[in-house]
Design a protein around this ligand. Structure first.
Ligand code: ADE
Length: 243
């Protein structure tokens, strides 16, 4: 899978995404991350990429021409149109469902804005989708783009060591993950739950499912509310605990 990024800060991506799992996925050719500096496409002698907003107001607006030319440099020889995502607090909220949808794309272009925003005509002409990582405002789209790349890349086959690595984790199946323990068996006078050392696989699976449901109910009740099957399962778990 390929990610092109249109940004004023290409070095940020090289620094952050060259480490750990995402770094290894790039070395293994499973994903390609290609930051492109919008400033390289400025026609201004001072490499200017922003200007004052028409109508007045504070801040600067990113001009369309450098962004458009950077975009053309990536797409003019392609016989398909990669999906272009503009990272913006006005966009669709990034959740695991959207991450799952995006992992099916072969090629994404991520556009990172700065200043007060970008010229609206760029959004109209080349942007397919706007994505936000939460209801708060950051200084630019770079951190959100990295969040998107990380969350999508780890679902690309081969990036994590096995399917089980994510099929059990929080949000994958609409629930939060059960508690995990590792050695030592006793820490700060707290022991690992007996069931986990019982060797009884079916009981362990059942216990983990119950824990998942319980913690989702306590930490994120909104993930259960309205889901009849989960509500029924939760009721059973809570009742069994009262016995
Ligand atoms: N750019 C600035 N804030 C953002 C946010 N919350 N999500 C995506 N892009 C942004």
């Amino acid at each position: 899978m390929k990610f092109d990024i249109l940004t004023l800060f290409p070095e940020l991506f090289r620094q952050v995404l060259s480490e750990s799992i995402i770094g290894r996925a790039q070395e293994n050719g499973l994903i390609q991350i290609n930051p492109v500096n919008i400033r390289d496409f400025s026609k201004d002698k001072h490499r200017k990429v922003d200007d004052y907003p028409y109508g007045g107001g504070s801040g600067m607006v990113m001009m369309s021409q450098p962004i458009y030319d950077a975009y053309l440099s990536l797409t003019e020889n392609l016989d398909y149109k990669p999906k272009l995502i503009y990272m913006s607090p006005q966009g669709r909220l990034l959740d695991q469902k959207l991450v799952e949808e995006l992992k099916n794309e072969e090629h994404l272009i991520l556009l990172c804005g700065h200043y007060e925003g970008i010229d609206e005509r760029i959004i109209e002409d080349i942007v397919d989708m706007e994505v936000s990582i939460g209801d708060y405002v950051l200084t630019g789209g770079e951190l959100p783009a990295m969040v998107l790349i990380d969350s999508v890349s780890r679902l690309v086959p081969g990036v994590l060591s096995g399917e089980e690595s994510y099929s059990e984790e929080s949000h994958y199946n609409g629930l939060l993950e059960y508690p995990q323990y590792t050695r030592p068996f006793e820490f700060n006078r707290k022991k690992v739950p007996d069931i986990l050392v019982s060797g009884h696989h079916a009981n362990i699976q059942k216990w983990r499912r119950q824990q998942s449901i319980k913690r989702t109910y306590f930490k994120r009740p909104d993930m259960i509310e309205g889901n009849k099957e989960l509500e029924a399962e939760l009721k059973k778990v809570l009742e069994s605990e009262k016995l």
